[in-house]
Design a protein around this ligand. Structure first.
Ligand code: MF3
Ligand code: CO
Length: 261
């Protein structure tokens, strides 16, 4: 687990602000009829305008190279969906907009699931519960707590609501690389995992299925879908652990961080 000094903290705050500003602008564009390719291209332009670069584009896992600039996952898609001209958003859909960018050498990573037009109440509840579970996880990210404290806080909120947390993807430390130590699962026991240290920067990102937690891989080799076809939501913030508590870094330029109450 890497800990950051003041200078590095400042750089990471700036990087996360870029990612958050792009996410905000993209979410404002979500409307019925928009296709996910155009949304991804809008993300590409926003990232460029802000002087950053996509940390997803050309991201390599084994022999697979990610082809898009942001990750856009619709309905039963859990994570790493690829924008497509064939995929027009429809009223009542949900879309997870996941933006990770590099700026001045540091990565910011954040995600939000939004509704397209009016949502079915159960879909809205899925979004609300997933977001709430992220904030409960963030509040547990305090110096001296083990990672499992974050994991169990997330899991408790999700399962109390009757939904399930994905096991196959986890949150992570972040810095010069997108995925650093420690891994932050969204399930587990409070006493498990490493102790969180002052100055650590982590991405807390519950992925929640309305139905069962199992996922399957699409033919494109990237998109993860819920196995049972149920809708899936994903919220993520980049957070620094200070001696005074967690501080959300992924805050759009000109906006205030959400209160942690
Ligand atoms: N925010 C995503 C993650 O942490 C970004 C993945 S980049 C991709 O997994 F190339 F794998 F899509
Ligand atoms: Co992430």
């Amino acid at each position: 687990m890497i800990v950051r000094n003041e200078q590095q903290m400042k750089s990471m705050r700036e990087a996360a602000q870029v990612a958050a500003t792009v996410l905000d602008r993209m979410c404002e564009l979500v409307t019925p009829g928009l296709n996910t390719y155009d949304l991804d291209q809008a993300g590409r332009r926003f990232i460029e305008e802000l002087g950053g670069e996509s940390a997803c584009y050309k991201y390599q896992v084994g022999s697979r190279i990610y082809p898009a600039f942001t990750c856009l996952s619709v309905n039963d898609e859990v994570v790493h969906g690829i924008g497509s001209l064939d995929r027009a958003l429809g009223e009542g859909d949900i879309i997870s907009v996941d933006v990770c960018t590099r700026y001045n050498g540091y990565i910011g990573d954040n995600c939000r699931t939004v509704g397209v037009g009016r949502l079915d109440p159960e879909m809205q509840r899925l979004l609300d519960v997933t977001e709430e579970s992220m904030y409960e996880g963030i509040k547990a990210a305090r110096v001296g707590n083990r990672v499992g404290k974050v994991s169990s806080a997330v899991q408790r909120v999700v399962e109390k609501a009757g939904f399930s947390v994905i096991r196959d993807f986890v949150g992570h430390g972040v810095g010069r690389s997108l995925h650093e130590e420690p891994q932050i699962p969204n399930f587990g026991k409070p006493g498990n995992g490493p102790k969180l240290r002052e100055g650590a920067v982590v991405c807390i990102e519950p992925m929640v299925n309305m139905g069962r937690y199992q996922v399957k891989m699409a033919k494109d080799g990237w998109t993860a879908l819920s196995s049972d076809g149920s809708p899936s939501a994903h919220f993520e913030h980049t957070v620094i652990i200070t001696k005074d508590g967690p501080e959300i870094l992924s805050v759009p330029l000109g906006k205030e961080a959400p209160a942690l109450v």
